[in-house]
Design a protein around this ligand. Structure first.
Ligand SMILES: Nc1ncnc2c1ncn2[C@@H]1O[C@H](COP(=O)(O)OP(=O)(O)OP(=O)(O)O)[C@@H](O)[C@H]1O
Ligand SMILES: [Mg+2]
Length: 213
């Protein structure tokens, strides 16, 4: 079972939007998808699923033993689970648990100095998860997804390079700052595969295969 955990340090960093579109891109690719909303305060993914009448289930699990509970609940019935997390600044225990069970961790980030400066806290959390996982376990794929990029602005390439130089994998796909995404909450999502999120899923799956080979 693939587990995609979307995580970042603070609120408003496009975690929920990213989780929603990645889950739809996986569903459109024919996978049996389960969404998990681990953000008990906002429950945005849960609400979006019911308002938008999504074609796959989302369950609420804002718990810090998600890595223990999820296998029993998903029970091999799903090909892919997408976990939307709360800001880890407030709910580190929950996000750590969601990272511990992940095969893929996606950190959505705008190409700005402020957002870049938050990345080290995410890396620290990954290190903590790795320590708890032990040496035998396979390391998850970690990738930064640039979101809210502005077409033709130099910031996209500048920050892509800075993030990569700091030792992080940055997906080639970038999600533009677009009204389509800004106004998406509560609506059905059609053709997620035709957005940058579809390209991001392709890259993530390829990367998972490379690492396993
Ligand atoms: N690509 C985009 N372009 C423009 N606006 C976007 C884009 N992606 C998301 N947004 C908007 O940015 C805001 C924050 O997005 P979102 O709710 O997904 O972030 P979040 O990290 O889940 O926030 P929270 O921590 O509060 O749950 C929302 O208003 C959303 O509609
Ligand atoms: Mg959210």
């Amino acid at each position: 079972m693939l587990v995609f955990t979307v995580a970042n340090l603070k609120g408003g960093s496009t975690k929920t939007t990213t989780a929603a579109y990645l889950a739809h891109a996986l569903h459109e690719a024919g996978l049996n998808v389960l969404g998990v909303d681990a953000d008990g305060e906002n429950e945005s993914l849960l609400n979006w699923q019911s308002l938008g009448d999504w074609p796959f289930p989302v369950i609420g699990m804002p718990v810090n033993n998600l890595h223990k509970q999820l296998p029993g609940i998903a029970n091999n019935r799903y090909d892919a689970v997408v976990i939307d997390t709360p800001p880890m600044k407030e709910q580190r225990g929950i996000v750590l648990s969601a990272v511990r069970i992940a095969t893929h961790i996606i950190c959505p980030l705008a190409p700005t100095t402020m957002e870049f400066s938050r990345l080290s806290a995410v890396r620290q959390l990954l290190d903590d998860a790795a320590e708890l996982r032990g040496d035998e376990a396979v390391d998850p794929v970690f990738a930064v997804l640039l979101t809210r990029t502005v077409p033709n602005a130099s910031s996209t390439d500048v920050f892509r390079e800075m993030i990569a130089e700091a030792g992080n994998h940055v997906l080639k796909a970038t999600v533009g700052r677009r009204e389509q995404f800004a106004q998406a909450f509560g609506l059905p999502i059609d053709n997620a595969s035709n957005t940058a999120y579809g390209d991001a899923i392709e890259e993530l799956l390829e990367r998972g295969n490379e690492d396993a080979a």
